[in-house]
Design a protein around this ligand. Structure first.
Ligand code: SF4
Length: 214
């Protein structure tokens, strides 16, 4: 089933036509926007489809990196222990970095700041980096990243945005990104698509979560 955090088809239809003077307002994980704010000081890879959308003239971009806001760059890697981002916001799970330091409060505070910035900027949608303990929306790690165990659910910042009613799409949600391109009056460049599916539709996602009761 299509995750409810993605912008619904009806919502996308209802949005007005976006122009340079009245653009689609998009909050993005700063790394997707090209900032060198990953834990290692990189931009966490290349995401040309997402980057192309952010470069359109009728898109207004608001970049934010909650982990950089809280801990600077470079930094240790944060892991979610005991639940997803909603559980962290509600005090049922913790954020601990890979040297064992509790980072819960720092990431909650930065996620709240990100949410407030998104509301101030009246963004239509957030384009966030999936899998991240802060920005993940469809899938995140379950426990230490080095163990490569996954769970469905959002990271801490994505959970804060979801609770504020802000729809989220990730760099891996190509079907939804193509709909956003169409809304912006542009056809998504087929050369930039890997398969045209959203993350939850892919074989990896279906197989992994069919075999793990997450
Ligand atoms: S916290 Fe979000 S914006 Fe910052 S590096 Fe990680 S995925 Fe990118």
């Amino acid at each position: 089933m299509r995750p409810t955090h993605l912008p619904s088809y009806a919502l996308i239809r209802e949005w007005p036509a976006f122009t340079k003077a009245a653009p689609m307002r998009v909050m993005t994980s700063a790394c997707i926007g090209g900032e060198l704010c990953g834990v290692d000081g990189s931009s966490n890879g290349e995401y040309p489809l997402a980057r192309r959308l952010l470069a359109l003239p009728n898109v207004h971009v608001v970049k934010f990196c909650p982990e950089h806001e809280a801990f600077g760059t470079p930094r240790r890697t944060p892991d979610l222990l005991g639940g997803d981002g909603f559980d962290v916001l509600d005090g049922r799970a913790r954020v601990v970095n890979d040297s064992g330091e509790d980072w819960t409060q720092g990431l909650v505070t930065a996620s709240t700041t990100m949410r407030d910035r998104a509301l101030e900027q009246a963004v239509h949608v957030a384009l966030l980096m999936d899998i991240s303990a802060a920005c993940g929306s469809t899938v995140i790690y379950d426990g230490p990243r080095r163990l490569k165990v996954y769970q469905r659910g959002p990271g801490v910042a994505a959970a804060a945005l979801m609770r504020a009613g802000i729809p989220i799409v990730s760099q891996r949600d190509e079907r939804t990104l193509a709909l956003l391109f169409a809304k912006l009056g542009v056809t998504a460049d087929g050369n930039l698509l890997s398969d045209g599916f959203d993350h939850y539709e892919r074989a990896w996602y279906r197989d992994y979560f069919a075999n793990h009761l997450a």
